[in-house]
Design a protein around this ligand. Structure first.
Ligand code: PEP
Length: 262
């Protein structure tokens, strides 16, 4: 089953509007000959519209970094609805990033509501799961990820799940410079796919893209992306620098070209 790989940059709370648009300006010509790999950028909310405008007609997809759990507009100060994100022209939204879980009280329950809100508005959710270091050390990594997946995907139809992307981001690997080994990551990606198969059937599981996230860089990504169940990367730090981000896209693209040749 061919899944189009995706290299996604999560800019977190970085870049002014001008910097964001400048980055996309530089990225556009560099992805002109990319045909096998999807490319996505998640800027801050304030830069979303401008980045969408600049990315229009190119290969670059645009995501928000979060979304309100409430579906209908109302008295929710500071929140941005899925409809509003859609109207701004983004097609995707990151949900349940570990920083939101750690610092802003995101729970499995709010992730579940946000995934539903995103899908209802026609956005494709990128659902982040991943265990803490303690949980891994205690041998509970799979239990934790399974719980996160089951709650996030509860009640979703096969059609919903076919529009959903998953990102495995072990919390101990995010922003630490210590990425998971390809073996550890592949093992968890397989586990995630098996769980999706159990929830929604093998067809959905085989088409779902599962991204790896956690200190992905040009010098460690080749081995990760070569694994059969790793369908791309969600990248924080290395997505902020055009040369590094472009390199990651090129590495992913070259892998697919090599497979085509075989
Ligand atoms: C992320 O925040 O999604 C992430 C993977 O960050 P980094 O690449 O910096 O570890």
């Amino acid at each position: 089953m061919m899944r189009t790989p995706l290299i996604a940059g999560n800019w977190k709370m970085h870049k002014t509007i001008a910097d964001a648009v400048g980055f996309v300006n530089d990225l556009v010509p560099r992805v002109a000959d990319i045909v096998h790999t999807d490319v996505l950028i998640a800027p801050t909310f304030v830069a979303l519209r401008d980045v969408v405008r600049r990315a229009e007609g190119t290969r670059i997809l645009v995501a928000a970094q979060d979304v309100a759990a409430e579906r209908i507009e109302g008295a929710f100060t500071g929140e941005v609805s899925a409809e509003m994100i859609r109207e701004a022209g983004a097609t995707h939204v990151i949900i349940g990033h570990s920083e939101r879980r750690q610092y802003y009280g995101e729970t499995d329950e709010s992730v579940h509501r946000k995934v539903n809100a995103a899908l209802a508005a026609g956005l494709e959710p990128i659902v982040c799961v991943g265990e803490l270091l303690d949980e891994r050390d205690e041998g509970r990594a799979e239990t934790v990820v399974q719980r996160q997946l089951e709650r996030a995907f509860e009640g979703l139809t096969a059609s919903d799940l076919s529009r959903t992307i998953c990102a495995y981001e072990p919390v101990w690997a995010i922003g630490t410079g210590r990425s998971a080994t390809p073996e550890t990551a592949e093992e968890m990606h397989r586990f995630i796919r098996d769980n999706v198969a159990r929830i929604a059937g093998t067809d959905v599981a085989e088409t779902m893209r599962i991204l790896y996230g956690g200190s992905a860089k040009p010098d460690n990504v080749l081995e990760l992306l070569s694994r059969p169940d790793i369908d791309g990367a969600l990248v924080g730090g290395a997505s902020l620098q055009i040369n590094l981000f472009h390199k990651l896209i090129e590495i992913q693209e070259s892998l697919i070209k090599d497979t085509d040749k075989k």
